[in-house]
Design a protein around this ligand. Structure first.
Ligand SMILES: [Zn+2]
Length: 272
């Protein structure tokens, strides 16, 4: 199997490790991913639960939630997008309204075709100067996101998060907009990133429009489709639920196609 690499990575005993591997995709994994996505908690908690379930190895270790939560946000978004490529890399359609002429238009993309930016040289921590004081600034992780106080406004959360990434921790009230700008730029230069926006020219007026992409789109899938597939296979072949869940996804889909084509030929015979 091709070695897969994170655009950032984890430092394990002083060495940067970027390797990861997903578990083989079968019904059992799909069902546990959907259950993990449905757990209580904030988006960051769900992402941690889903990735801990999906990954067979991470940075040479057997992943648990603690290890997954220690990944920087860009790596977590990258893994969620790779997971959606693994689950279904078919064309996605987006509908947009042109910001200039108001026309509605569609565009499509494949998750695997979206660009990825590797981490910068100082990843995941670099030195910054604010008001004559030297700080270490590190990139935010999943654990940092999970620790945000949901009762606060998103601006307050962002400010709190920014302060917690600095060592020593400054008094947030002393940070000017220019200081925050410098910190944001430093974070941006270090961070691994996946594309979170698509540029699309309007087919009517050629105006360039920016469309948002959800990096956590695969959290939204519901188990309904999988459960109905299990039902169809169980009805036709009388296999147990466990036997069906153990089938690799490709084989499950092949059997479903056979059931479908068999049903169609019966319908045609009945029509004669
Ligand atoms: Zn337009």
């Amino acid at each position: 199997m091709k070695l897969q690499l994170l655009p950032g990575g984890l430092f394990i005993e002083g060495t940067l490790r970027q390797d990861y591997r997903f578990n083989p995709l079968n019904g059992a994994l799909e069902l546990s991913l959907e259950e993990a996505a449905a757990e209580d908690g904030c988006t960051a908690d769900k992402v941690t639960a889903v990735l801990a379930c999906a990954l067979a190895s991470l940075a040479g270790q057997e992943p648990d939630r603690l290890l997954v939560a220690s990944l920087v946000v860009g790596d977590r978004q990258f893994l969620m997008r790779q997971l959606s490529v693994l689950l279904d890399d078919s064309q996605r359609w987006l509908s947009a309204r042109c910001s200039d002429c108001d026309a509605v238009f569609d565009l499509n993309y494949r998750p695997s075709s979206l660009p990825i930016k590797s981490a910068g040289q100082d990843f995941p921590e670099s030195a910054v100067q604010i008001n004559g004081t030297s700080y270490r600034l590190r990139l935010p992780t999943g654990a940092d996101q999970s620790n945000l106080d949901p009762r606060k406004s998103s601006e307050e959360q962002q400010l709190q998060l920014l302060a917690s990434l600095l060592n020593p921790i400054p008094d947030v009230s002393t940070l000017s907009p220019q200081d925050i700008e410098i910190l944001d730029q430093t974070l941006e230069s270090m961070a691994p990133e996946v594309a979170l926006q698509l540029l699309a020219p309007c087919p009517h007026c050629q105006m360039e429009n920016t469309l948002d992409l959800d990096p956590y789109q695969s959290l939204d899938s519901s188990p309904d489709a999988l459960l109905s597939e299990i039902h169809r296979l169980a009805s036709s072949y009388h296999w147990s639920q466990q036997e069906i869940l153990d089938l690799p996804r490709r084989r499950r889909q092949h059997y479903l196609q056979l059931i479908e084509s068999n049903r169609n030929s019966h319908t045609m015979e009945a029509g004669h």
